[in-house]
Design a protein. Structure first.
Length: 338
């Protein structure tokens, strides 16, 4: 089977492409290599895929509809994993149009291509940020998500609605995956764990928002990939038991549509994460306590019961083991000895 993976130079996309290649799939990877963060890191990720003879790489932006259509025409992928997006809550406060171009216009192009070229299943990235102002824990796919607190989250909520409409109208299966605080080797430099590690090693203070009173459902990247691959292999169908009066947002009675959380189902205090990181680095951190940032949420906690029941998903990597793996990669990648 041939799979198109968008965002193949990104953190999650690169890990997904590598896993699919190891599993014997033919993979076409596309990425625009934008400078939101270190392009050299993105290039190094692509190099991890280059030795596979079943891998094809293309540099393009999903907002360029003509070039995207040409990829579909040339390669005719049976399935698509859309992980290309403009990420980051805080960046959306400064450059909101980046999110409309990539996450709305770009995703529309993906949907149109899937419709027009006979894609058998589209799996796409959503985010735990869609839960926004919801305070009912753990977050469940059956909860409402109509109060996003950032434009980034609003664009991802829009993706879920757009996907449902296309599945309903044009009869192809779509699965949306709400990722929860993904971390691990080859991670994103704008994420907390990456920034904390750099600051601690450099003797600089780490910024702790809401005075450090935050909880996150940290999820190791290999667990995320396992969930993506399992979902890719099992397209959803129209839910025969759907009850219209309940309007469950996680499934549908008119479309082959499904939404899943992917997390560890184990929220961690941010300060506990810092303590594990300090232990791995053998160095204490300097702390800069700061107020809550606009658009952020205090806590996240993934209910993964549906993914466990339908896909056999079980997160396997503890926070301690995951942070240790990340630190080992970071020190090796940057040639740092401690």
């Amino acid at each position: 089977m041939k799979v198109l993976v968008t965002g193949s130079a990104g953190f999650i996309g690169n890990h997904v492409a590598l896993r699919l290649l190891d599993d014997g799939y033919e993979v076409v990877g596309i990425d625009n290599l934008n400078p939101y963060y270190d392009v050299d890191l993105k290039q190094r990720r692509i190099e991890r895929l280059a030795d596979y003879n079943k891998y094809t790489n293309a540099v393009l932006d999903i907002s360029d509809n003509e070039k995207l259509e040409n990829i579909f025409k040339e390669h005719s992928p049976e399935r698509v994993v859309n992980l290309a997006a403009q990420a980051g809550v805080r960046h959306s406060l400064i450059n909101p149009r980046d999110y409309i171009d990539a996450n709305i216009a770009g995703f529309l192009n993906i949907l149109e291509a899937c419709r027009n070229f006979g894609t058998q299943h589209l799996v796409y990235a959503s985010t735990s940020s869609v839960y926004g102002a919801n305070t009912e824990m753990p977050f469940s796919e059956h909860h409402g998500t109509n109060h996003p607190t950032s434009l980034y989250a609003a664009t991802k909520k829009a993706n879920e609605l757009m996907a449902h409409s296309y599945s309903h109208l044009f009869d192809f299966p779509v699965t949306g995956l709400r990722f929860f605080t993904v971390y691990g080797p080859w991670g994103r430099p704008d994420m907390a764990l990456f920034k904390f590690t750099k600051a601690i090693l450099g003797g600089e203070p780490i910024d702790l928002y809401n005075n450090g009173n935050m909880k996150r459902d940290f999820t190791y990247v290999d667990d995320i990939v396992e969930g993506v691959v399992r979902c890719l292999a099992k397209p959803p169908s129209i839910d025969p038991n759907y009850r219209n009066h309940l309007m469950d947002p996680s499934t549908s009675g008119t479309a082959a549509y499904r939404i899943y959380n992917i997390g560890s189902n184990a929220p961690v205090d941010l300060m506990d994460c810092v303590r594990v990181l300090e232990k791995c680095l053998g160095k204490k951190s300097l702390k800069n306590y700061m107020p809550m940032q606009p658009g952020d949420i205090v806590a996240s906690w993934a209910n993964v019961d549906d993914l466990a029941h339908n896909m056999g998903y079980v997160p396997a990597i503890s926070m301690e083991a995951g942070i240790n793996s990340f630190v080992e990669w970071y020190l090796d990648y940057y040639g740092i000895k401690i």
